[in-house]
Structures are given as C-alpha cells and as structure tokens.
Design a protein around this ligand. Structure first.
Ligand code: SF4
Length: 460
C-alpha cells in the first residue's frame, strides 16, 4: 500500500495541501509560449525552476522542450534580475535566433518585484532587441493560481501585446483552444477546415510538441501560430475562448485592445459541448456543419447507445484542470454515468457554481471542491468512504488506482507514464469516441478479470 497513511475520516484542514491537484504557473506559460512559431520561452528566475518546468513538459509530451533562464544567483536574488534578463536577450537572439522571446516570471522574480515590462522596454530602447524580433512577457507568480493560470496569462499577453487593431473586421474567427493537447488543437483545426472556416488558433502546439520524426533536427518545429497571425487576430470578427480558466482572459484582452467580441465556451469535449461550439462557429461564420461531421456525431451516439449497459450508473472520480473537469462531467452525465467525486487544484469561485449546475440535479450525491484543499489526499479519502468504479485524471492517480484496485483512465496534465495523449484527440465527436473507447476498455478489462469462469464471456 503506497498510500497507507491516507485515513478514511476527512478532517478539516486549513493550512495544508497534500499531493496537490495542480502544478505551478510558469509550466502553463511555457506550454502556451511553445504554441508560437519560432518562440523561445524564457524563465525569469533561477535555473532550478526552469529545469523543473521543462522536465514536466518533456515528460508529458515526450518531446525536447527548450527554454532559456535568467539563471538567478545570490546577487540577482538581492539586487534584482534586470542585468541577467538584458544579457539573456542578447545571448538568446545572438545564439538561438528566435522570432520572439516569451518571458514569464517565477516566484523569486515576483517576490523581488522585477518589472519585466520595464526591462523589456529598456532592452528595446537600448537596441538589444533586433529589428523584426519581439519580446513578449507575462507575470506568473506561482504562489497564486496554478499552471492553468500561467497558461491563461501567457495567452492574454499574446492578445494584449501582439494583436493589431483594425476598424473593419474580416470574416476570420480566433480560437483560443484552452489547455488541450497538440492532437486536440489539430482536431479543432480539422473541424474548422471541414466547415471551411478561416481561423487563427493561438496558441497552437500541434507540430511543435507532437512534431514528426524526420531525421533532421529543426530547432524551431514547423508548427505554432505565426507572429503575423497573432498581429492579424485583432482584425478578426470574433474570438471563441474555449475554457473559462485557460482562455477567457485572452478573449477579454482582444476585446479591450481591438474590440473583437468574444464568446466564452466550454472545451468541446463530449456531445453537447461540441454541438454548442460548432453551432456557434457556424452561426458566426454562416459556414454550415458538413454531413461528414454530422456522421461523426452519429457514430459517437451509436457507440454510447450500443454500450450503454456498461456505462450507466458507473461511479467516477475525476481530478485535474477546471475546464477539462467541467466538460468531462457534462459528458459523463450525458452518458448516464455518475461523476461522484471531482477535485481541481486550480482556484476560482465560479467553478463550484458551474459544477452545481451540472450535477445538482443529475448527481446530487456528487462531492466536488477546488482550490488549495482540493488535493489528491482528499480525493483518496472520499474514495475510501465510498468506492468508485472508475478513475479519470492525470498520472498522479496511479497510486490510488493501485491501492484501491480501481480501473483508471489517464486524462489531462501531466501524463508521465503512458503515450497517445498528445497525438489522439479527446475533443470533438471523434475525440468523444476515443474517450468512450478508453473508458469502456478499462471497465470491460475489469469485468473480464473479475468474472467467474462460468460467466467469462467471449462477446461483451
Ligand atoms: S513554485 Fe515557484 S519556486 Fe517552485 S518551481 Fe514554480 S516558480 Fe519555481
């Protein structure tokens, strides 16, 4: 029993988080920055922070993740990191020649109070930023929020610092996809292409963090939103912000700067959320949803109907990012499953209200919580009180899965011990089928494992 110290009784904790269901802000800022073509993420802080953030992303995406660091020492910790950052700009543009450097801060530089905006301006004034190159920056103090907050802050910085206004808007729509996998971003673009919708997606990590092996090293992979596209995002007629926690801030920033209206939507995971997204895009652009996509929807509905007896009533525990959890909860309820325990380490009062709307009537026994106390320890305690049939979440749930012997579907960030999450989407109808297949796979494996010989069936 790896987690043998977890007690079944839930005690009220005020100042202790045990095994948090989140990680720190710069991880998200770094992930978002990698979704810009030719971008070098830069961590303004100590080398240790940068090494951790890079390794978290590398382990999840199984791809080399490059990022630079201001390499704070004792001196910079006392006197500030301006000199280090100015030197870094010079080194990075000279040695690595990126189109843009995306700077995020860390706990240390935030505590010191470094003004990165002022430092970037000073670098520009002193000619340390070459012609045609850019420096983008956002604040990511990790003692508030989570990796999702950092992702959101970097997306908002892209909109705020790079979009250019235009009085007359064109027919392009912006899509801020939220914290989803590169394969999910590719799937959203496939859906838009099938609908003939011109769009700008930012960030876009497809072909960056799931780049094909070609035998040739490419320092900046071919994927990512281009600087020109980011500039043009201010001319679009609408922004679809997928996921309140990860994408709303970027939509708001584009509205404030360039008066591009935005619509805040759920991540398009599951039938209803995908319906809403595609309908909204279709309404805005007057591009109809083609029969090929409607057929995909039909195949997903068919799969759920065919396998309903294995899904209905199954008790599920979920943990992870707030946008993912809301979309997954809605999908599970639609499939007659019972999401009974849900935790997210990312704070935000609105999340509890949104969860209440999803499960209040449908699964009244559901326990859910977000913020600092919503950790994996609490999740385990709830499961000890009354068991579940299925776990859905990141790799940190494998200890609970092993100790309590519960089928486990890996989903979300981080997944350190499986592959496929970067490549195969879970958004859209095709992604919905993949999710259902994964859920049914573990449930039916369990049924086979536990069946007595006389009930061990070839056909399920
Ligand atoms: S929590 Fe703060 S100090 Fe720790 S790795 Fe993240 S940014 Fe660095």
């Amino acid at each position: 029993m790896l987690l043998r110290h977890t007690t079944a009784e839930v005690a009220d904790r005020k100042a202790l988080t045990i095994n948090p269901a989140k990680t720190c802000q710069p991880v998200g800022a770094m992930y978002a920055a990698l979704g810009i073509h030719g971008c070098m993420p830069h961590s303004h802080g100590s080398q240790g922070c940068c090494a951790y953030h890079r390794s978290a992303l590398t382990r999840h995406y199984k791809e080399p993740v490059m990022a630079a660091t201001s390499s704070f020492t004792e001196g910079s910790s006392v006197f500030g990191g301006q000199a280090n950052l100015l030197q870094a700009f010079n080194n990075i543009f000279t040695v690595y020649n990126p189109d843009v450097i995306a700077v995020h801060t860390t706990c240390l530089s935030e505590t010191i109070g470094d003004d990165v905006k002022q430092i970037a301006k000073k670098a520009l004034d002193e000619g340390k930023i070459p012609e045609g190159k850019l420096v983008l920056h956002c604040a990511t103090p990790s003692y508030v929020g989570s990796h999702v907050t950092g992702f959101s802050n970097m997306c908002a910085a892209m909109a705020d610092q790079m979009a250019e206004d235009a009085e007359v808007k064109n027919s392009t729509v912006n899509i801020v996809p939220g914290w989803v996998e590169p394969g999910d971003m590719r799937e959203i673009k496939r859906l838009m292409k099938a609908m003939k919708v011109t769009n700008i997606m930012f960030p876009d990590t497809s072909d960056v963090l799931d780049a094909p092996m070609t035998g040739h090293h490419q320092f900046y992979p071919k994927g990512g939103v281009t600087l020109n596209e980011l500039r043009d995002s201010g001319k679009s007629c609408k922004t679809f912000s997928l996921g309140t926690w990860a994408s709303k801030a970027a939509g708001e920033a584009l509205w404030k700067k360039c008066r591009v209206p935005f619509e805040e939507m759920s991540l398009p995971i599951g039938i209803k959320a995908t319906d809403r997204f595609l309908s909204a895009v279709s309404k805005e652009t007057s591009c109809p949803v083609p029969q090929s996509i409607t057929d995909e929807r039909g195949r997903l509905v068919d799969m759920i109907c065919d396998m309903q007896q294995y899904l209905a009533g199954k008790r599920v525990a979920l943990w992870g990012d707030p946008d993912q959890l809301l979309a997954l909860t809605e999908f599970l309820v639609d499939m007659d499953m019972k999401p009974v325990y849900v935790v997210s380490g990312t704070p935000g009062k609105l999340w509890m209200k949104k969860m209440e709307e999803l499960v209040g009537d449908a699964v009244p026994e559901c326990k859910y919580l977000n913020g600092e106390r919503a950790d994996m320890f609490l999740m385990h305690q709830w499961i000890k009180e009354q068991g579940v049939d299925l776990l859905i979440g990141n790799s940190y749930g494998k200890y609970i899965a092993r100790d309590e012997d519960i089928p486990f579907v890996r989903h979300g960030f981080p997944i350190y011990d499986r592959v496929g999450h970067s490549q195969f989407p879970t958004v859209g109808y095709a992604g919905g089928m993949r999710l259902v297949e994964k859920i049914l796979g573990v449930l039916m494996d369990r049924k086979d494992r536990d069946a007595d010989e006389e009930f061990f069936e070839l056909v399920l």
